[in-house]
Write a protein of this length. Structure first.
Ligand code: C2E
Ligand code: CA
Ligand code: CA
Ligand code: CA
Length: 273
């Protein structure tokens, strides 16, 4: 009936309105959040599978809202990407991660690679590499310890991507391909571009079905043939670890080893290992 239709329509719009309202709230609050120091970084260890030694730390952004509590990056990063705020946030993340890595070295911890996620919008800025170099100079971190994680889709524009990757390589900064296996990427470019690591997407590791196991094996073989290191993400169980050990996966990252932690917990973790 017409009445029912109207009712359903109203229900649909109000649902949509709530979503839009929520989004515009987050959008407004995002900008203030940086000034109000509501962002922080957590760090998750990346472990050498054969030796159990820690090789690096991935920096992951956290937003602690005074009323709403922690808001997940999967909610605020897409909004920040859409409205351009990611440029400021991304620069803050990079500076904070480099500063922290340098501080750990100065405190006498064994120097570790620090991996920072870079979004497409940041990466395509003409001054991106210059900005990264400035942050390294400012913080005093040796570029050899900085790793940038970009996703497969960012490599699809070869004309734009290749010169940037070469510039980064010349500056001594390594680049990993994140979420590998989920997006488009030409294997040809993979062999031609200067890349240090492939990170197998956690979706494959999380559910090691027959198909996923085959995909993981294929990615590890591919990486070995191209002389790239492989990191498996989202490792949560000893079964997953054993499977990856058999395949001689280089590095692992996941709750089975350590969750992303604030800087002070990282120090305890480093003292323990
Ligand atoms: P990502 O780069 O693929 O990061 C890995 C995500 O998996 C992180 O989620 C991490 O906490 C989570 N994780 C780690 N180990 C496990 C595990 O064993 N099991 C499961 N189920 N999950 C695990 P998080 O921190 O919520 O970040 C989500 C995504 O947000 C990241 O995915 C990345 O794409 C984006 N992100 C986070 N921080 C930043 C940032 O500073 N800049 C940009 N551009 N993106 C960021
Ligand atoms: Ca990542
Ligand atoms: Ca990933
Ligand atoms: Ca991801």
């Amino acid at each position: 009936t017409k009445e029912e239709g109207n009712h359903r329509f109203r229900f649909f719009t109000s649902d949509l309105q709530v979503k839009l309202l929520e989004k515009s709230f987050l959008e407004m609050e995002l900008r203030q959040a940086l000034d109000n120091k509501q962002f922080s970084l957590h760090y998750q260890p990346q472990i050498d599978l054969a030796t159990g030694l820690i090789k690096g730390l991935e920096a992951l952004a956290r937003w602690e809202h005074p009323e709403r509590g922690f808001i997940a990056p999967n909610r605020f990063i897409p909004i920040a990407e859409e409205n351009g705020f990611i440029l400021q946030l991304g620069a803050w993340v990079l500076r904070q991660a480099c500063r922290q890595a340098k501080a750990w070295q100065d405190k006498g911890f064994l120097p570790l690679r620090i991996s920072v996620n870079v979004s497409m919008r940041q990466f395509i800025q003409p001054a991106f590499v210059e900005d990264v170099k400035k942050i390294l100079a400012e913080t005093g971190l040796d570029p050899a310890y900085l790793n940038l994680e970009i996703t497969e889709s960012m490599m699809s524009d070869v004309q734009q991507c290749q010169p940037k990757l070469i510039e980064l390589q010349q500056a001594g900064i390594s680049v990993s391909i994140d979420d590998f296996g989920t997006g488009y990427s030409s294997l040809l470019y993979l062999s031609k571009f200067p890349i240090s690591h492939l990170k197998i997407d956690q979706a494959f590791i999380g559910e090691l079905s027959k198909e996923n196991s085959m995909i993981v094996k294929a990615i590890i073989d591919l990486a070995k043939n191209l002389n790239l290191n492989v990191i498996a993400e989202g490792v949560e169980t000893s079964e997953q670890e054993n499977f990856l050990k058999e395949l001689k996966c280089d590095e692992v990252q996941g709750y089975y080893y350590a969750k992303p932690m604030p800087w002070n917990e990282v120090e305890k973790f480093l003292n323990r290992t």
